[in-house]
Design a binder for this molecule. Structure first.
Ligand code: PAF
Length: 274
């Protein structure tokens, strides 16, 4: 495995490969990321993982400064799963000047749910993903379904810009108790970690009610919000929406349940397809 820090080194390393598969990450890797790499390895003749904590997607007051940076340990894990190239640029390399050109995703996709509670988040994500796509020039890019809205918006961006990149998604990897693996789980105290499973349980309760034919979606959503609030969480949203565009669904349409909630100082997000 080669670890490169500049765009020039990356391009030199990838010259001659026909089909590059790509997993963009912010590092602090866990089994969820490794599952993306496993999938990517089946889809290209070389797999690149990027590690870059992208300032553009953090609002002032969010955890950009404290986001765990664990490059060495990440590389050990990536090597073990057969990643070919790690692209770990510095901020100066990726953003040598302030990034004046940005991607502004449409409000109806990006200003709801995550975008409502993290204004500018998806513009930051789309801008860095577009830039990383320009650096890596992958044929395939792999994203996790935990960040459901993110993968949907990236997919739309790729379609609308006619980028020659296939977007592949991978199911969420969960701990034994059901909590979705996330780099931010490291922020939880032992007591919070025990409590954290209540978020996937609340999402699963909505999903299970929908599967059994319940149609009063707003009632299910507010019951789930309430069930977390009474336990001391501060839920941002728990919603059941159509998978394709995250708008309210009609009976028979494929749905997904999305949620984000704060437990103490930690904000967790998760999603469950119905
Ligand atoms: O999902 C993430 O880790 C990030 O949002 C991404 C896609 C690597 C962009 O910084």
């Amino acid at each position: 495995m080669h670890v490169v820090h500049t765009i020039a080194e990356l391009r030199a390393r990838l010259a001659g490969y026909r089909c590059v598969s790509f997993v963009p990450t912010m590092g602090s890797l866990h089994e969820g990321h490794l599952a993306l790499v496993h999938q990517a390895r089946t889809l290209g003749d070389v797999t690149v993982a990027s590690i870059f904590v992208n300032r553009l997607q953090f609002a002032p007051g969010e955890d950009f400064d404290t986001y765990p940076r664990t490059l060495e340990a990440d590389c050990v894990q990536l090597r073990a799963v057969g990643c070919g190239v790690v692209f770990a640029p510095s901020e100066r390399e990726l953003y040598p000047q302030a990034q004046g050109f940005t991607i502004q995703p449409p409000a109806e996709l990006a200003d709801i749910f995550e975008g409502e509670f993290r204004p500018g988040f998806f513009a930051g994500v789309c801008t860095v993903v577009q830039k990383l796509f320009g650096c890596v020039q992958p044929s395939v890019a792999v994203f996790g379904k935990k960040d459901y809205q993110q993968q949907m918006i990236v997919r739309r961006m790729v379609q609308q810009f006619a980028l020659p990149i296939e977007i592949v998604t991978v199911d969420t990897i969960r701990a034994a108790d059901g909590l979705a693996l996330s780099s931010r789980n490291a922020y939880l105290s032992p007591a919070e970690r025990r409590e954290a499973v209540q978020l996937p349980m609340a999402l699963a309760a909505i999903a299970s009610a929908l599967r059994s034919g319940e149609t009063d979606v707003p009632a299910l959503e507010s019951e789930a919000m309430q069930s977390l609030a009474v336990r001391g969480w501060r839920p941002d949203y728990l919603v059941a929406r159509r998978r394709s565009d995250l708008q309210p669904g009609r009976p028979g349409e494929a749905m997904v349940v999305l949620g984000a909630a704060r437990l103490g100082a930690t904000r967790l997000i998760d999603s469950v397809e119905v």
